[in-house]
Design a protein around this ligand. Structure first.
Ligand SMILES: Cc1cc2nc3c(=O)[nH]c(=O)nc-3n(C[C@H](O)[C@H](O)[C@H](O)COP(=O)(O)OP(=O)(O)OC[C@H]3O[C@@H](n4cnc5c(N)ncnc54)[C@H](O)[C@@H]3O)c2cc1C
Length: 440
């Protein structure tokens, strides 16, 4: 089923690309062999068309479009958004370059002379600003540079791409040679409309609608340990705010000092129709300041629920949950719901020391029925239970029937990478291994 949907998705992508290439070929194909200038102008046109097409896909991929998220998952869509961004970058960069060279050859202008001509005579300054914004955003998204930037700085610069899309739109239908074909111009507008109709309702209207409907607010904040708090949320008609265990949402606390940032957190208890709970570990500046700044009564904007780290995906009746640190949050919700559903569950929970174990008492309570809960501590001499790190040997000894289980993994990146490698060595098909990444 997943393969069929993926193929359908790829076919839609390619079919539209086919329409774009055909329209370009009909209008600009003859330029290709006409002269050197014609060649560059034709290439400039197609790179521009493909650049915009990929940018529209960027909006759809990151637009939290429900049916796409439920098919492919937030992680995968974010990854595609990341790589599609770099592909778009290439075309955005080549588009003005080819046109400057092409029209420069035509009018025997120098490179800079043609740039000036475009800016002044063709009034292309907004399009140039748009190209600059795209280029800066994409350079800043390159892993080696992004890791030195504060996430929020990167995010707000990223938001400028909406401005770039608006700035770039104006010149397309007015100057784009291929839009002399009226049908193609209409098709182009439909592409824009489709992207906006997918982006705006899911990304912007839905969270506002949910807020209007449920009026979420912080009911209490409980300290789980030195670094972790649980935030309980209540609101109106919460029995109608449905989510699956294992899902997450993006939370924006609406107080003066927190409103500027929205962060993703997993629901740490299953749906109960009365309250929501998220559990947050201090891992950076925002999550560190949160315990002191978050006040009871604060209103909350919730964008969600998202994610496919949910029980629907499983094939086997038996499940194995392996968590590292705060990665226990979605697994805690899954354990609660799936033990109630009579599933046979094993939970391995890796942490450094006893005080790092959150939800220990809750998990022990859940473990009374259908569930085995084993904490594994890596640096606690006084701990009498399992010690060390969760690896292949621990999986063999603590989950002897591992071959009969579906695996859910959530923890730090390196831990998940090594667990996935161990499961591969144990010949567990990756179809039975699901994981949630807490950082992109
Ligand atoms: C699907 C998902 C579920 C998560 N569930 C939980 C949870 O239940 N409990 C918990 O403690 N943490 C959870 N996280 C991690 C949490 O979102 C980050 O720890 C938090 O956003 C860090 O923000 P910061 O400013 O304190 O740290 P920073 O140092 O600014 O960020 C650390 C890293 O977190 C990621 N990050 C930061 N801000 C955002 C953002 N606004 N959107 C997306 N990623 C961001 C980036 O990869 C960044 O490199 C989850 C993350 C994801 C993606």
């Amino acid at each position: 089923m997943f393969c069929m949907k993926k193929t359908g998705f790829i076919l839609i992508f390619l079919a539209n690309l086919g329409v774009i290439f055909t329209a370009w070929w009909l209008q600009s194909g003859s330029l290709l062999l006409s002269s050197q200038a014609g060649l560059f102008i034709a290439l400039g046109r197609i790179t521009g068309l493909v650049a915009v097409y990929l940018i529209l896909w960027q909006l759809i991929l990151i637009g939290r479009v429900r049916f796409l998220e439920q098919t492919f998952g937030f992680d995968r869509l974010s990854l595609w958004h990341h790589f599609n961004g770099f592909a778009a970058w290439t075309f955005i960069f080549l588009h003005p370059l080819f046109l400057i060279v092409g029209y420069g050859l035509n009018s025997q202008n120098t490179f800079l002379g043609q740039v000036a001509n475009f800016l002044i005579a063709w009034e292309l300054a907004p399009a140039f600003i748009a190209v600059m914004i795209f280029l800066i955003t994409i350079v800043l998204s390159w892993g080696a540079i992004q890791k030195y930037l504060k996430y929020e700085v990167w995010y707000y610069i990223h938001l400028l791409t909406y401005l770039a899309i608006i700035l770039a739109f104006g010149h397309q239908l007015k100057l784009g040679g291929d839009f002399q074909q009226k049908l193609f111009a209409a098709y182009w507008l439909v592409l824009y409309l489709e992207a906006l109709c997918l982006l705006i309702p899911y990304r912007f209207i839905k969270p506002l609608y949910l807020f209007w409907r449920h009026e979420f607010y912080v009911d209490k904040v409980i300290k789980e340990n030195d670094q972790t708090i649980s935030v309980y949320l209540r609101g109106k008609n919460l029995e109608q705010f449905k989510f699956q265990p294992g899902q997450f949402a993006i939370f924006r606390f609406l107080s003066f000092n927190l409103i500027g940032e929205a962060h993703p957190f997993s629901f740490s208890q299953a749906f109960n129709g009365q309250e929501l709970r998220i559990t947050i570990k201090a891992l950076g500046d925002y999550t560190t300041k949160l315990p002191a700044k978050l006040k009871v009564g604060t209103k909350v904007l919730i964008d969600g629920a998202h994610g496919i780290f949910t029980p629907q995906r499983t094939t086997n009746q038996k499940l194995a949950f392996i968590a590292g640190g705060v990665g226990i949050t979605p697994l805690r919700a899954l354990a609660e719901s799936e033990s109630k559903n009579g599933r046979d569950i094993v939970i391995l929970y890796g942490a450094t020391k006893t005080s790092d174990l959150i939800f220990k008492a809750e998990l022990e309570k859940i473990a009374i029925t259908n569930c085995r809960f084993t904490p594994v501590l890596s640096a606690d001499e006084s701990w009498l239970g399992e010690k060390g790190r969760i690896d292949k040997n621990k999986i063999i000894s603590l989950i002897p029937d591992y071959a009969e289980r579906d695996f859910y993994l959530c923890g730090p990146g390196p831990m998940m990478a090594s667990l996935r490698a161990s499961l591969k060595e144990l010949r567990i098909n990756s179809r039975y291994v699901y994981f949630e990444k807490f950082s992109l």
